[in-house]
Design a protein around this ligand. Structure first.
Ligand code: PGA
Length: 262
C-alpha cells in the first residue's frame, strides 16, 4: 500500500510565537490519525521549537528549502546538517515559489536532492506547470523535464525516500505566482490525468519502487474539495498551503484522508 502523506506548508506566514501556538494545538487534535503520515514545514526560525513539540508525536518536521552544501561561506543559506539537528525528517525542494520567484533551476534542485538524501532527509520534490504551459500543450513535457533533471543520478533504491508533489502553478494560492482572481484548484479530472501520467513515468523509470512513490496533489487544497481529490487512485496525499495555517482546517483535511486511505 502506498503511504498517504499530508503536509502543511506554512511558507513565510507564521512567526515563532504563532508557530508554537499552532503546533501545540495541532499535535493535540491529530494524535489519533495514525494511518496518515503528517508533516509541517514552518519558518526556519521556528524549526528548533517545533522539533521539540513534534518529538514523539505523529507530526513530522519539514523544512521549506535548504542549501546544496554542508557548510562554508554561503551567506543566507541553511545547512542540511542544521535541519537534522533541529529534528527535520523532510525537506521540501523545488517549490514553484522557489523556482519562479527565486529562479531555482531543476539543475540546482537536483544538487539539493542529492545532498538531502545523502544526509538522510526525505525529499518532497515539487513539480508543476504554469497556466501558459498547460494552454500551449506542454504540461507533460514540463513535468517530465522537471522530474528528469531534478532526479538525475538518484538511484532506484534512493527513490524510496522521495515524495513527489504535483502542484500546478496556476492552482497555488500565491500572489507571487498567480494574479488574484485567477487561482483555482485543479478539477478532479485535471488532477487525475496528470497523476496517472506521473505514476506511469515513475513506474517506467523505477519499476516496483516507482509504483509505491507517494504523489501528493497541491494547489488550493481545502477541507471542502479534498475528498474528491483524495479519492483519486493515484493521488496519495496533499501538500497544503493556506488551509494548513489553521490547525482545525488542517486536521479536517487529515481526517478526510484518514477515512479514504486506499
Ligand atoms: P495553497 O499552497 O494550498 O495555499 O494553494 C500550496 C503550496 O504552495 O504548497
Amino acid at each position: 500500500m502506498i503511504k498517504f502523506v499530508i503536509g502543511g506548508n506554512w511558507k513565510m506566514k507564521k512567526g515563532i510565537a504563532e508557530s508554537i501556538q499552532s503546533a501545540k494545538k495541532l499535535v493535540e487534535i491529530v494524535k489519533d490519525y495514525k494511518n496518515v503520515e503528517i508533516f509541517i514545514s514552518p519558518s526556519y526560525t521556528s524549526l528548533v521549537d517545533l522539533g521539540k513539540i513534534f518529538n514523539g508525536t505523529n507530526v513530522k518536521l519539514a523544512a521549506q528549502n535548504m542549501s546544496q552544501f554542508d557548510s562554508g561561506a554561503y551567506t543566507g543559506e541553511i545547512s542540511p546538517i542544521w535541519l537534522l539537528e533541529a529534528g527535520c525528517k523532510y525537506v521540501i525542494l523545488g517549490h514553484s515559489e522557489r523556482r519562479r520567484i527565486y529562479n531555482e533551476s531543476s539543475e540546482l534542485i537536483n544538487l539539493k536532492v542529492i545532498k538531502a538524501l545523502e544526509k538522510g532527509l526525505k525529499v518532497v520534490l515539487c513539480i508543476g506547470e504554469t497556466a501558459k504551459e498547460r494552454i500551449n500543450g506542454s504540461k507533460e513535457k514540463i513535468n517530465e523535464d522537471q522530474l528528469k533533471i531534478s532526479l538525475k543520478e538518484i538511484s532506484t533504491n534512493q527513490m524510496k525516500d522521495i515524495i513527489i508533489a504535483y502542484e500546478p502553478v496556476w492552482a497555488i494560492n500565491s500572489r507571487g505566482l498567480n494574479p488574484v482572481g485567477e487561482i483555482r484548484p485543479a478539477t478532479p479530472q485535471e488532477a487525475e490525468e496528470m497523476h496517472v501520467f506521473l505514476r506511469d513515468w515513475l513506474t517506467e523509470n523505477y519499476g516496483e519502487i516507482g509504483k509505491n512513490i507517494p504523489i501528493q496533489y497541491g494547489g488550493s487544497v481545502k477541507p471542502l474539495n479534498c475528498e474528491e481529490l483524495f479519492k483519486i487512485k493515484d493521488i496519495n496525499g496533499g501538500l497544503v498551503g493556506g488551509a494548513s495555517l489553521n490547525p482545525l482546517n488542517f486536521s479536517e483535511i487529515i481526517g478526510v484522508a484518514s477515512k479514504i486511505i486506499k
